[in-house]
Write a protein that binds this ligand. Sequence first.
Ligand SMILES: Nc1ncnc2c1ncn2[C@@H]1O[C@H](COP(=O)(O)OP(=O)(O)OP(=O)(O)O)[C@@H](O)[C@H]1O
Ligand SMILES: [Mg+2]
Length: 256
Amino acid sequence: MTTTPTVPRATAVAARATELTKVYGQGETQVVALDRVSVDFRQGEFTAIMGPSGSGKSTLMHCVAGLDSFSSGSVRIGDTELSALKDKQLTQLRRDKIGFIFQAFNLLPTLTAMENITLPMDITGRRADQAWVQKVIDMLGLSGRLKHRPTELSGGQQQRVAVARALASRPEIIFGDEPTGNLDSRSGAEVLGFLRNSVRELGQTVVMVTHDPVAASYADRVIFLADGRIVDEMLRPTADGVLDRMKAFDTKGRTS
Ligand SMILES: Nc1ncnc2c1ncn2[C@@H]1O[C@H](COP(=O)(O)OP(=O)(O)OP(=O)(O)O)[C@@H](O)[C@H]1O
Ligand SMILES: [Mg+2]
């Protein structure tokens, strides 16, 4: 690996949640989805978020990504405090600094792969960094597919286009909510490999929610949520290690 200035220092924080709390509803129907969660997502690091269904994984991701409001605590993206922003500024920050990969890829059917990849930048009138976009396309093995429309691509290829779209604008941080959930294991492994490479080779920061211990093993670390709290963290996870940790949850009587 080369140490070009484009690779950020491993110690800088891309996003930080401090005492983040999210309460849904009121009175009897009140749900504490996040209970004073504090976590750092460092630049150039790949984090997986795991935990039983309903433990708050999506809520954590949505709150940190500025897609959802929170009840108390604070969230920082880079040096920017989210609660200090007006709606319009928040929308702008999401657009400029954050990439999303959703389970449904949200590709536009009438556009080619290339048009889908540069769409977010085209909408906002930003000029794509051609060299960067080409690097991303090469890394994802999409060069021969750029003129194809989504229906002319396999599921794995479509997902790679969605990954390329998230990477193209070079966001500060990429969030994925089970980004490989709909893929067969081979396509899933491909996409995870690309995400890992984007972290290793391009210095990208990635946060991914997953239920799959194998998917989690691609990350640099796993944080485990239960009942809206971080209950454990694992560095350099292996699939077996993650599986064992999940079994420990089950034996405590938690449902998933
Ligand atoms: N809009 C909402 N209104 C009320 N409660 C909600 C809402 N969204 C989520 N919740 C509750 O907040 C808790 C956390 O939900 P969240 O979607 O973050 O879980 P999750 O860990 O992502 O689960 P899964 O693995 O099933 O996707 C759950 O108890 C859920 O029922
Ligand atoms: Mg979820």
